[in-house]
Design a binder for this molecule. Sequence first.
Ligand SMILES: NC(=O)C1=CN([C@@H]2O[C@H](COP(=O)(O)OP(=O)(O)OC[C@H]3O[C@@H](n4cnc5c(N)ncnc54)[C@H](O)[C@@H]3O)[C@@H](O)[C@H]2O)C=CC1
Ligand SMILES: N[C@@H](CC=O)C(=O)O
Ligand code: NA
Length: 921
Amino acid sequence: MWSLAVASPHPAAAFAAARPRRRPRPAAAPSHRGVNPQRWRCEKTQAWSFWSSLRASDLPGGLYGDVSKNMLKPAAAVSVEQAEASAHLPKGDMWSVHKFGGTCMGTSQRIQNVADIILRDPSERKLVVVSAMSKVTDMMYNLVNKAQSRDDSYITALDEVFEKHMAAAKDLLGGEDLARFLSQLHADVSNLKAMLRAICIAGHATESFSDFVVGHGEIWSAQLLSFAIKKSGTPCSWMDTREVLVVNPTGSNQVDPDYLESEKRLEKWFARQPAETIIATGFIASTPENIPTTLKRDGSDFSAAIIGSLVKAGQVTIWTDVDGVFSADPRKVSEAVILSTLSYQEAWEMSYFGANVLHPRTIIPVMKYNIPIVIRNMFNISAPGTMICQQPANESGDLEACVKAFATIDKLSLVNVEGTGMAGVPGTASAIFGAVKDVGANVIMISQASSEHSVCFAVPEKEVAAVSAALHVRFREALSAGRLSKVEVIHNCSILAAVGLKMASTPGVSATLFDALAKANINVRAIAQGCSEYNITVVLKQEDCVRALRAAHSRFFLSKTTLAVGIIGPGLIGRTLLNQLKDQAAVLKENMNIDLRVMGITGSRTMVLSDTGIDLAHWKEQLQTEAEPANLDKFVDHLSENQLFPNRVLVDCTADTSVASHYYDWLKKGIHVITPNKKANSGPLDKYLKLRTLQRASYTHYFYEATVGAGLPIISTLRGLLETGDKILRIEGIFSGTLSYIFNNFEGTRTFSDVVSEAKEAGYTEPDPRDDLSGTDVARKVIILARESGLKLELSDIPVRSLVPEALRSCSTADEYMQKLPSFDQDWARESKDAEAAGEVLRYVGVVDLVNKEGQVELRRYKKDHPFAQLSGSDNIIAFTTSRYKEQPLIVRGPGAGAEVTAGGVFSDILRLASYLGAPS
Ligand SMILES: NC(=O)C1=CN([C@@H]2O[C@H](COP(=O)(O)OP(=O)(O)OC[C@H]3O[C@@H](n4cnc5c(N)ncnc54)[C@H](O)[C@@H]3O)[C@@H](O)[C@H]2O)C=CC1
Ligand SMILES: N[C@@H](CC=O)C(=O)O
Ligand code: NA
């Protein structure tokens, strides 16, 4: 019957039609939500072995969707309709093969759940491969080990095995079925006792003895499940696969199935027992001589695949305790998604990186007949799982869909063999890799540029010393003759690999990958891509690896553009910015896919750091209660060493020159800088030029819109004019919110000193208001715009009319200055009245004169109908006269100081950065 399987429409095609959107919004992908990377100690050694084998029972309760909770629930607790509507279900009248691992068979309740799943499978013919109950295989190996080391406690250990199965049977079964199972269990256990006694006397167990003992775990679990199914009235047989599966041992702990012989034996078995629901033992088989053996590692998956291919199954479902195959290690990439489909080749590639959801040899038997394999979570049956099949023909060809997953391998070294004597010399590669082979090292990737001047390859860190020594010996002569210049080892490397079948035919995949890495300031040491193009491999520094993984994943999966933010100076602007970030965070996440995390806040005395993001509703309390002494170096290291967020930005909200002096180093480290602080751009010209040169030469950004006109678009307007080729002739305006406010409001009975105090209260002034009244703040803005326009001026080149009376220039503090200011009110009243009498107003203006290459900062009088006389509040007005805007200047006007508008300007620089990093516009 099974050899007459009729071809039905490819299940993958049906599946693809119902395929969910490739870029799930967070809410659409509950299965991956909530993995808190903090809760995981990431092992840096292996790639996917740990996360693809991530067990629900390992997961912190409540953090991993409902998986851990579901483990405690009977599977039937999930609505059957819901499960069946969403899952990959076997189709037609072909055999449906299922495999349940040890965890799925861990308790009597779970065995019952497995029975329920099988009973609900509508397929006419079902073949279910089971592993031993969890831990039983280890218990059985332990029996053998004890016996062969002549440790009598194997007897009590065997009793425990017996008790475990008896207890499960008593829970599950009753009446005659229970009696039959127990009587068989008794018989098996007494046989085993005799055999173990023999092993104990001999002090040795042959491999086949050991395999015979160990295989009982599968025999008992298969029997238990078949009785559990029969209990519901469905006829069911169990199959001892040692009678059916024939394998030949090969070297290196592997076996090759003998398909022809197995097929014959299977036919005979069916002739004897033509059941339509069969429970088969996983893991165990026989040699052609009928000696018991096992299928070795991942044996039960392999059993299912072999049997699936023998019966030409419609589908093989591997039930486990993960929702499917993730797009990346979910402990490193919290937004990793479960993949709906994978091609056989993709699964193959990923298994190389340790994704032991399926071993490649499990794929080979079913691949031959295009039988899809579905990985499903028995503890979350509403999750549809991952289908591994031939690439569905109608799968979308967009760039993002080409890369299916990312993986990393840590603890590698790169070996670089370099020299002019290699080019055009046949046999060099063979000599290099011959030497590597002789020390038994495993080459993980190879790259050679076509100039042939260097060959580099990656090997595990632990093997590199031997490789290097062997190469030095092998090439001693070439090195001393100078034909080879070096054999160099680069330690502490990792591999990041992008896997996807369709990368082969889609332009732009590499560009996108490398762009994401460049923007996260990650240096690529070596690159390899075979012409099959299923995999692009890059080698990078191990310390950059998780950031690289996250940067690449977030680009291709359009998960959020994440940005780790460090705020320096939570004063007026800093704290207003923090409030704005708090209020807008959810909207940014939802609408713009931008995830901003404030990883640290530092004032001048204390700082608070977080690994995942400070709760912005409570940062003030934290800065009081959980703070540590401020330390800018530590603060910056904390931000730059975070592995979770590839993009880092420091926001300097101080007015401090020493903080500004670090921008260069920060940019150099790949940390973006955003600031309203004018000190760097108006400081010494050479430093400024060095900073801007670095900024232009890198992918690291430096934004400072709020340094001039606060939130008003002054810098961006100027840049827009310059970049589009306009010629700036003159920039003139009122650049000080404070002085604007003072001269807009200093009239009638109000004194000059009162109005200065009001400006300070309103948050318009600099931390020290003398910076405003001395004209320095305006001079700084003039310098910033002059330099932006190409003039190479120093602050000292600008003549400034200071409004600080001579007598107050020696005040040691701002407070002293403010206290003494009223004694000069009379002088100001006089100056103002004189202007008034002439029908004029006083205005403090700054000018960048591009024609004469100079700047000015002056107190001027303007007629009352002049636009500069029409301002109110803290308004700035800036007029750009250019070649294009000659008759009528381009004017920007509006409040140019104050907490909300300034913080808003800084915030908008942060969002500009996010969009440069790939956030949607
Ligand atoms: N207030 C406004 O309307 C505008 C202000 N700005 C600029 O914004 C910046 C901040 O201004 P405000 O918030 O008004 O000043 P602020 O004095 O209220 O805040 C500055 C904060 O920085 C902290 N700080 C100083 N040195 C520090 C250091 N070395 N490390 C860590 N923290 C340090 C201070 O303790 C204070 O908390 C200044 O550079 C200012 O020029 C720019 C445009 C408009
Ligand atoms: N103190 C400044 C604030 C903005 O730079 C001003 O008054 O303009
Ligand atoms: Na601005």
